[in-house]
Design a protein around this ligand. Sequence first.
Ligand code: 4AD
Ligand code: MG
Length: 480
Amino acid sequence: MKTYSIKTLLEGGGSFLENKVLINAWVRAFRSYRFIALNDGSTIKDLQVVVDSKFSEEFLKKITIGAALKISGLVVKSRGKEQTIEVLAEKIKIYSETSPEVLQGTILQPKRHSLEKLREQAHLRFRTKFFSAVMRIRHQLAFSVHKYFHKRGFLYVHTPIITASDAEGAGEMFRVTSLDLKKLPRNSQGQIDESQDFFGRSTHLTVSGQLEGESAAMALGKIYTFGPTFRAENSNTSRHLAEFWMIEPEVAFYELSQNMDLAEDFLKYLIGTILEHCTEDLDFLNQRFVEEQKQKPKHDRLENTLVERLEFVNRMPFIRLSYSEAIKILLASKTHKKGQFKHTVKWGMDLQSEHERYLVEKHFRAPLILFDYPVAVKAFYMRLNEDEKTVRAMDVLFPGLGEIIGGSQREERYEILLKCMKELDIDEKLLWWYLDTRRFGSAPHSGFGLGFERLVQFVTGMSNIRDVIPFPRTPKNAEF
Ligand code: 4AD
Ligand code: MG
């Protein structure tokens, strides 16, 4: 007898009729000691297994919610309306018994649990409908990222996780050391002697694979990275993680407008694959999303359903607007005039999420690509514009989320890059290899970073980023 996944069985439907099959799965529900709803994670749908009187009541009592079972049985036409086929159990093996008392207090108890409670039991939340749906969509998105780039001739480059350089120049890095913190070696001046550390220097977890990615693009043409990145910023928000995954394409000879085209096409492709391939999971999350909106105060509610939002973003051309134009719009807004922005608007400021959301959700009601930001608010590697006040930066802003992508055309001119680094006090000795790329065969190039969890958040409609990654890392939280 062959073992099948529930997805295969349900999709095969009628073609399995009168076949004997084996299934390994967990109990989602057990009604009237007669109908077991089984799930194995392959699909959001459950398989109905019917048990008859050949199983003793004593045995059936051991089948509790969450228990792992091996069932062999015959596939028959279902009498219920919910499904086309069901399985008549012939043999049932209970892998391990769980007493109902043990389930008390866990999220496996069949009732509605808050997302906070699910997070506290993150090791068990894979077993819930909602989180398994999010996980399947996350997988499909990751798979589609590789597919998209592979088809277009991009090479996947693995950039290091341990690094001695601060790619974003923001200093929000986690230190990596093998020194004994209780017995730190000191030099003659009493400072920590980093030469005795594992790498013989100070090292950190990377905040971005971009700088190494750029060196690769300067020979391989089109590359992308997709790896974990780390930020020690103390942001306890619904959009920040201390450990998140980032996708960073880098393309030689691309100027900023081509970079924008790539970002827009890439996002639309990814969202499109979910609309096409994840309909069941998406329908489930859509219902959740609609219910959640109903519980919000009217002014906070989003008018569209999740699916409508995804279709909308897929259809609409993204609006492209310079930072300076955006500031003009913000200054002319009622919100500004009534003093309702927490951070006062003026040219040169870094846009806060309230401003981004005003532009995307109130003013344009469409995805937005902002470009040409003031030099002072962006990283050192961005190409200086002729006005010498702005750089060729771009941020893609999405409704309900804000920034989903940050990128730029890079400064390919050696002298200007060096000058910028000096002005920002960035150690040119540490980044000698990065500067070298501007000395040998330098060329215009551009790239961007897509925050993978922000994308999963947008696609699944989850309001908190901690609910789209298995084990979130946030300030004061590294359980599991
Ligand atoms: O805008 P960021 O900081 O850009 C870079 O790191 C560039 N090196 C990318 C590049 O040009 N190759 O980060 C890029 C994206 C953001 O737009 C956001 O989606 C996500 O990464 N991101 C975070 N996601 C979750 N938690 C955080 N703390 C994040 N910080 C950035
Ligand atoms: Mg950014």
